[in-house]
Design a protein around this ligand. Structure first.
Ligand SMILES: NC(=O)c1ccc[n+]([C@@H]2O[C@H](COP(=O)([O-])OP(=O)(O)OC[C@H]3O[C@@H](n4cnc5c(N)ncnc54)[C@H](O)[C@@H]3O)[C@@H](O)[C@H]2O)c1
Length: 326
């Protein structure tokens, strides 16, 4: 099979490309960033998704497109860049894919199309109202609408996968990582909240900062500990691989990711067992992030059940770190 993977230099794209090459497929990677992956069956197209010529070059010969590339940011000043990459970019790519007679287009959407931070009911299933609360989530919802339009009007098979929050296991132990840094490490959270301009949260955290690294347990203003799904990239990619081919997935919108929602006090205990860092437990002046997502439809349609728990991810990351240090 010939597969176009957009975002091939990213977390999900890299892993997906490796797995596709390992099973014998020919792959095109389309990304604005350069990737270190090299293989005789791997072709690179460098450019942005909203560049029609680059998108046309990328889709050439593809049986299946996995549109895993996107810009991710929650900084207010990035709104236009989010729209260009995720809305205009997805539109341009969809047109190119339809013109190139791509058989199936798999779209990486996000749980952020729901109001994950203020769900109306739990667990969040696919029929939960879509009410994004970030510009990023809005761009993903607009992407879904465009994917549905092209499915309707061109006959191209499409699958919309609403990805869980997803990380490489090694990121969990890295205070400088994009997601786990601000999620579990005090100083990274302080920097992130300062960049967002959330002064009340910065004030709540500052008194705990003595300049040394600490793990952070986040609670909402009512004392509820934060809790959410954190999926291992390997599980997400197993689902994507199935979505590329499963007849049951065609035309569907599916929540993809772990069935586990990890409470942050439990998560931080796992991280402390490995890092030995001290823990601060902080009540933040915000509503607690506290949700769990229903994965039944994806497990049934794709025939793949996620297998990485948070505890197993931390154990695996610690093992990887020990091997690197050895
Ligand atoms: N990781 C998560 O927690 C998560 C959760 C929900 C949805 N998603 C979605 O899953 C997909 C993969 O996420 P990831 O974690 O691999 O993200 P990532 O940031 O690691 O990778 C995204 C890639 O897209 C590329 N890119 C961004 N804008 C581009 C543009 N305009 N033109 C060309 N390339 C561009 C980046 O260079 C990057 O390599 C994305 O669509 C993301 O929105 C991710």
């Amino acid at each position: 099979m010939q597969v176009l993977v957009t975002g091939g230099a990213g977390r999900v794209g890299r892993r997906l490309i490796s797995d596709l090459l390992a099973r014998g497929d020919a792959v095109t990677s389309f990304d604005i960033a350069t990737s270190s992956l090299e293989h005789p069956r791997l072709r690179h197209v460098t450019g942005t998704f909203d560049d029609a010529a680059a998108s046309a070059a990328a889709v050439e010969g593809a049986d299946v497109v996995v549109h895993a590339g996107a810009y991710m940011s929650w900084v207010a000043s990035d709104a236009q860049r989010l729209h260009d990459a995720n809305v205009t970019g997805t539109f341009v790519l969809l047109r190119a894919a339809a013109q190139a007679n791509v058989r199936r287009f798999v779209f990486a959407s996000s749980g952020e199309v729901y109001p994950e931070t203020a769900p109306l009911s739990l667990p969040i299933a696919e029929d939960h109202p879509t009410q994004p609360r970030s510009i990023y989530g809005l761009t993903k919802l607009l992407g879904e609408e465009m994917v549905a339009f092209f499915a309707r009007t061109t006959g191209m098979e499409t699958v919309i996968l609403r990805f869980s929050h997803t990380q490489d296991a090694t990121e969990l132990l890295d205070p400088d990582s994009f997601f786990s840094g601000p999620r579990f490490y005090l100083r990274a959270r302080l920097r992130q909240q300062a960049a967002f301009g959330n002064t009340a949260v910065v004030d709540a955290l500052t008194s705990h900062d003595d300049g040394t690294e600490k793990l952070l347990i986040s609670r909402g203003r009512d004392g509820t500990v934060f809790r959410m799904p954190i999926t291992d990239t390997r599980d997400l990619v197993a689902g994507i691989l199935a979505a590329m081919e499963s007849p049951k997935a065609a035309g569907r919108t599916l929540n993809l990711g772990t069935e586990e929602a990890i409470a942050f006090d439990v998560a931080v205990a796992h991280l402390q067992a490995v890092t030995g860092l001290p823990i601060v437990d902080v009540r933040l002046p915000v509503a607690a992030v506290n949700y769990v997502t229903c994965r039944k439809a994806a497990i049934e349609a794709l025939g793949v059940r996620p297998r990485w728990t948070f505890a197993a991810m931390v154990e695996d990351a610690a093992w990887t770190a020990r091997l690197k240090g050895a």
